[in-house]
Design a protein around this ligand. Structure first.
Ligand code: ADP
Ligand code: MG
Length: 345
């Protein structure tokens, strides 16, 4: 082993992907966009493009089967992929499912997993068209790939934000992260006394956001109806701050958001305080919400101003790398990317 061995955690997930990206050459003209966005863009016959994305869920990293019903694991594995197609302003159409499974799992468990997968396929009208099955030493690994479609001129990239564009976010943020905190706490209670039932009643919304997220294909549809093409878009898997920085960096612009505009649900707020966490930090860095973050030209604002599920949190400016939040006390703080970094455990 070489003495100057570099550990993966020194690079982090984004650093590792960057390194792979830099050393990758594309061979086909049809590969319009490769690594670096929510999905790859591939030209097809006619005016449409094929969108391709893939996401993997690993037991012990992304889910803990002691509180994550296996049916929900199947559902979520599809949703997180559909969300990446939504983030490109496309329609998801097909998925493949690859799994590595150990003999710890019964046929009934795999039936449940696929019940969740099929339920998501029904909800999002996508077709399960293939996959791969292999064995694993212990845990369950689930890798889903999704194919989507969009007219070439409708596709939204992370790189299209321009100064003065308005920054928009759907739904509310931080709930999934707090759902996870609640589940982890109840797991500890259960482990210390198996007779205790987990007390989740008051936290159903939060737990549901963690265990059964939805992709915002509805908002993509609404934007189309209003004749709006976002100038840039990304889905919020790692956390608002991290995704804002992706958009800012890839668009060569700065982002400015206002703390008091960040949508946080009442229950999220109260539960954060219960856990001695700052609600806004949960919204900025929690992740797993699968809401959409996008930018629109000023001229489009009137068209969606009244949309109940779209919030306007700031704007794009021309000082690149100046990614900042104006706090409730009118202080300026830099945004930091603190997404899930599985290598920093
Ligand atoms: P997302 O959060 O939208 O799933 P990721 O942060 O996982 O996106 O990935 C960012 C980009 O890097 C995507 O274009 C993805 O396809 C690509 N990517 C991630 N991991 C790898 C890898 N191991 N090899 C090649 N490309 C990768
Ligand atoms: Mg994404």
């Amino acid at each position: 082993m070489s003495e100057n061995r570099v550990e993966i955690n020194e690079l982090g997930e984004f650093g590792l992907i960057d390194r792979i990206h830099r050393n990758t050459r594309l061979h086909n003209e049809s590969s319009l966009t490769g690594i670096g966005d929510d999905a790859a863009v591939i030209s097809a016959d006619g005016g449409d493009c094929i969108l391709l994305a893939t996401d993997m869920l690993v037991e012990g990293i992304h889910f803990d089967l002691s509180y994550f019903p296996i049916r929900h694991v199947g559902y979520k594995a599809v949703v997180v992929n559909v969300s990446d197609i939504a983030a490109m302003n496309g329609r998801p159409e097909q998925i493949t499912v690859s799994m590595a499974v150990s003999n710890r799992f019964s046929v009934a468990a795999i039936d449940e997993l696929y019940a969740g997968i099929r339920s998501a396929c029904d909800n999002y009208k996508v077709d399960l068209v293939g996959g791969d099955t292999t064995s694993s030493v212990s845990g369950l690994v689930l890798s889903v790939a999704v194919l989507g479609r969009a007219a070439r001129e409708k596709i939204t990239y992370r790189s299209g934000a321009r100064p003065t564009d308005i920054i928009c976010v759907t739904g509310d943020l931080g709930a999934a992260y707090l759902g996870l905190q609640v589940l982890e706490r109840e797991k500890q209670v259960f482990l210390s006394n198996p007779d205790m039932q987990p007390a989740l009643e008051n936290y159903e919304y939060l737990v549901g956001r963690m265990l059964r997220p939805e992709a915002r294909t509805d908002v993509v549809h609404d934007l189309g109806e209003f004749g709006i093409k976002p100038t840039s878009m990304i889905d919020i898997s790692d956390g608002l701050a991290s995704e804002l920085i992706h958009i800012g960096t890839m668009s060569d612009v700065g982002v400015r958001i206002f703390e008091d505009k960040i949508p946080v649900d009442r229950l999220t707020y109260d539960t954060a305080l219960e856990f001695h966490l700052d609600p806004v930090t949960c919204a900025l860095n929690g992740g797993e919400d699968y809401e959409l973050l996008f930018t629109i030209a000023q001229g489009d604002y009137e068209k969606i101003r009244m949309h109940p599920d779209i919030h306007f949190i700031g704007y794009i400016h021309d000082q690149k790398d100046q990614h900042i939040m104006i706090t409730k006390g009118e202080q300026t703080v830099p945004l930091k990317a603190q997404g899930w970094d599985h290598f920093r455990k």
